[in-house]
Design a protein around this ligand. Structure first.
Ligand code: GTR
Length: 410
């Protein structure tokens, strides 16, 4: 196995900071819409969590899609000596009972071969096809997919050696298998299959469709005895990080969640708008990607203060399950400080469950310093991508925070 070069303790300079953000501008995660203060985990679960989940659906992402009564995971290929004998590789197609999908979802899974017990697994969508996440020449390219990208094109974002040698598996599905990333998405993909011909405005938009697909990937993973059902972690980069957070908020079976550089409408606060105009705003994102969100989100452009929610509350919806937020110093578009503040401001909810979170008045950590318990954060030097340093931090955080069984609610 390749040596792991990521060194999480190798702290360097502090990134430049925006002036302090007035957290009084944010909606209080622990106050209900009718003004009641939440004081304990039970009230959070019974009163606040359900109303917040609904508010995110009706203001931003659209209503969740219905789960199928059952799925089938048809294994097309299995090799117990993949990646030079270090991994078990499984490739298969997911279909849903009683649902006519435009195409199955092709899932690629690598599991650590030497595991003594069932393994924890990272599951996430990929942007360019399963064959792009690795140089492994045996990855099947589905007949319904356009092969626009060469094999291994995104292998630099997946340190498979590090992940597998740390005892974790990884599973992935191409996002386009679930729903194409286009403004007409609601007529095609899973929304086309599940929604009426002219969907109402508050019905699922593309991020919700992708999140639904991740849950089907989880259904399929639960068929594999080598996977620990209590330790499936949903992760994603950028738009797929927005998706992983929304997926974990909705599907309590995910044991933990990771957002890498997810930015606007992901982990960063919508109300935290950089004065230099370098971070993405609602106006930017809706103009470029209207299909990711419900049409009604438009009303909050330049009226962000009127949104009933902000993104610290999306992170809080994942509590008490661990959630980790990663930023990159040069990725101003994703607003690293807005991401840090969201993680910090989600912490009071994690504290209801006995986690420390990130301390109340903490300022941005140094570069490469990983902070927080229950909810964690780092910023590393470099650009908008996924590095081995990020993976090492995800693994360290999950090793420290993931229980062998997910927390039960109440
Ligand atoms: C950008 C978009 C971001 C982020 C990114 C990505 O163009 O503005 O919100 O989602 O794409 O997914 O790479």
């Amino acid at each position: 196995m390749k040596k792991n070069h990521a060194n999480i303790n190798n702290v360097t300079d502090s990134p430049s900071l925006e002036p302090a953000f007035d957290k009084g501008l944010l909606p209080d995660a622990l106050t209900t819409f009718d003004g009641n203060r939440i004081e304990n985990a039970q009230d959070w679960n019974n009163l606040r969590r359900p109303e917040l989940l609904k508010a995110f659906a009706s203001a931003i992402y659209g209503n969740p899609l219905q789960s199928p009564s059952a799925i089938e995971f048809k294994i097309l290929e299995r090799n117990d000596n993949a990646l030079d004998g270090k991994a078990i590789r499984i490739q298969g197609d997911i279909t849903c009972k009683d649902l006519k999908l435009p195409n199955p979802f092709r899932m690629l899974v690598y599991l650590p071969k030497s595991a003594a017990a069932a393994s924890p697994v990272f599951i996430g969508l990929n942007f360019q096809g399963n064959h792009t996440i690795t140089d492994d020449p045996e990855i099947l390219i589905p007949k319904w997919a356009e092969q626009k990208f060469p094999r291994g094109n995104r292998a630099d974002r997946y340190d498979l050696d590090l992940i597998l040698s740390s005892g974790y598996g990884i599973a992935t599905i191409h996002n386009a298998d679930i729903e194409p990333d286009r403004p007409d998405a609601r007529q095609s993909g899973i929304c086309g299959a599940l929604l009426p011909a002219s969907p109402k405005d508050d019905e699922a938009a593309t991020i919700t469709a992708w999140a639904w697909g991740l849950s089907r990937g989880l259904d399929a993973l639960l068929n594999l005895p080598e996977v620990d059902p209590a330790r499936v972690i949903v992760w994603g980069h950028s738009r797929l990080g927005k998706t992983s957070l929304w997926s974990a908020a909705n599907d309590l079976r995910f044991a933990a969640a990771i957002s890498n550089d997810s930015g606007c409408c992901g982990a960063s606060l919508t109300r935290h708008i950089l004065k230099d105009g370098k971070s993405e705003t609602l106006n930017d994102i809706i103009r470029n990607f209207p299909h990711w969100f419900i049409p009604g989100l438009k009303q909050y452009i330049e009226h962000e203060e009127k949104l009933p929610v902000d993104q610290h509350e999306l992170l809080a919806l994942i509590a008490p399950r661990p959630v980790y937020v990663a930023s990159a110093e040069e990725d101003r578009w994703a607003d690293p400080e807005g991401e840090f503040l969201a993680a910090r401001e989600a912490s009071p909810v994690f504290r209801l469950f006995g986690h420390h979170g990130i301390p109340e008045n903490a300022t941005m950590p140094h570069l490469k310093e990983s902070v927080g318990q229950g909810v964690g954060y780092h910023i590393r030097p470099g650009k908008h991508t996924v590095t081995s340093f990020d993976w090492q931090a995800f693994i360290d955080f999950m090793n420290a925070n993931l229980k062998s069984k997910p927390d039960t609610f109440n």
